[in-house]
Ligand binder design. Sequence first.
Ligand SMILES: CC(C)(COP(=O)(O)OP(=O)(O)OC[C@H]1O[C@@H](n2cnc3c(N)ncnc32)[C@H](O)[C@@H]1OP(=O)(O)O)[C@@H](O)C(=O)NCCC(=O)NCCS
Length: 182
Amino acid sequence: MDILVTRRLTLRPPLEVDAEAITAGLQNPNVTRMLTRVPSPYYEGDALAWIKQNGSRSDAAFFSIYREKFLGAVSIVPAEDGAMDLGYWLDQSAWGQGFMSEAARAVTSHAFRKFGLDEITSGAYEDNRASMAVLIKLGFEPTGDAIHSNPTRGCDVKCNRMVLPRSRFEQIFGSLDSNVAA
Ligand SMILES: CC(C)(COP(=O)(O)OP(=O)(O)OC[C@H]1O[C@@H](n2cnc3c(N)ncnc32)[C@H](O)[C@@H]1OP(=O)(O)O)[C@@H](O)C(=O)NCCC(=O)NCCS
């Protein structure tokens, strides 16, 4: 089991014990209105199924974020076009403290090394300024737009697509060979 430790956070693959906190976090429309793949309404069975399907996948990186309690999740998963795509969310009670910048940097660094990636893709809805700020701080650059259907809003939303080349990540944060988690 991969475990990442950053200055303030511990990240480990999602376990069944996280289901209740995941459900509470993803029953908040302020969170899910920014997420494309999360069903709405969201039930504990959705969380349990998600954990079962993804908790031990070897072709992807899934992490629960902990600081005394469950705070949220980060993943890097193969997309339909074959790219490895970063996604994340935090319980609203944990917003605005720099936690996602810290967690996403650690998972990105880990995924570059573990999967030998040249680049990682991601994206944020055009009205998601907090997520855009997280991606830009990591070094992501815009590649164009996409339209995503959002279950919570019940409509299509414009998404800014972004890419992070490994070389740019290393320019900002240093060589991955010597770079500890975050
Ligand atoms: C996006 C999200 C993960 C950000 O997590 P976070 O831990 O609060 O983010 P951080 O504190 O690491 O950094 C957020 C940055 O955005 C900035 N920010 C936050 N809210 C903002 C807003 N409304 N407008 C502009 N900037 C904003 C912060 O100032 C910070 O920048 P700084 O470090 O330069 O000060 C969190 O808001 C969330 O879970 N949202 C709902 C789900 C979601 O949007 N997931 C991502 C889908 S692409």
